[in-house]
Design a protein around this ligand. Structure first.
Ligand SMILES: N[C@@H](CCC(=O)N[C@@H](CS)C(=O)NCC(=O)O)C(=O)O
Length: 204
């Protein structure tokens, strides 16, 4: 398997999950830009993902899987016994999906325009900051009494949320009002797999 990634972006989530599952994968660095290129070869990355974004998972048979939420679920399903995607009941599985979709559509995509597309400008960033703060209130409530987003165990939703909420400082989104979220950030950051992923992406 190959994971196409860019340090410090949402591709950190599947990177962490690969390590949580103990799966071997080649990490292929992508330099985002116009055009986005494979860092080692300067080949145009859009030949693999026409949308030009990370993450992208290339399977051993050459199949290509895009969309972080799909990649996270695919990886978790390779080793259901690891419990990274709770699915003991259908409702549990949909609850996992609900959080993955929430992180993707309500948080990730609220941050990313102004991180990756500065042309949106400071006014858009200010509007996004307000919306993100509102969206984080739900996360804060969910983490009250739970070590992780879906309960007492780490799941793919935590990996995804970690990648996204880690942008808060850079984007000047204050987390002071979210004590449970801050404690959770520290808890996730302390996991050996997360430390290893950050080190591999040279973010530590
Ligand atoms: N819908 C995609 C979006 C992925 C995405 O936004 N990736 C960002 C990094 S976090 C990116 O590569 N942005 C480059 C761009 O938008 O041109 C997914 O959820 O996987």
């Amino acid at each position: 398997m190959k994971l196409y990634f860019t340090p410090g972006t949402c591709s950190l989530a599947p990177h962490i999950v690969l390590r949580e599952l103990g799966l071997e994968a080649e990490l292929v660095r992508v330099r985002l830009g116009t055009p986005p290129v494979i860092a080692a070869t300067q080949d145009d990355y859009r030949a693999l993902n026409p949308n030009g974004y990370v993450p992208l998972l290339e399977l051993d048979d050459g199949s290509l899987l895009t969309e972080g939420v799909a990649i996270l679920q695919y990886l978790a399903d390779l080793h259901p016994e690891a419990g990274l995607l709770p699915a003991a009941t259908p409702l549990q599985r949909y609850e996992s999906m609900r959080w993955l979709v929430y992180i993707s559509s309500e948080l990730h995509k609220m941050f990313s325009p102004w991180l990756f597309h500065p042309e949106y400008g400071e006014q858009a960033a200010e509007v996004a900051r307000g919306k993100i703060a509102k969206r984080l209130e739900l996360v804060e409530r969910q983490l009250d009494g739970r070590d992780y987003l879906l309960g007492q165990a780490f799941t793919v939703a935590d990996a995804y949320l970690f990648a996204i909420v880690s942008w808060a400082k850079l984007c000047k989104v204050p987390l002071d009002a979210f004590a449970h979220l801050q404690a959770w950030l520290e808890r996730v950051a302390a996991r050996p797999t997360v430390q290893a992923a950050l080190q591999a992406e040279r973010l530590r």
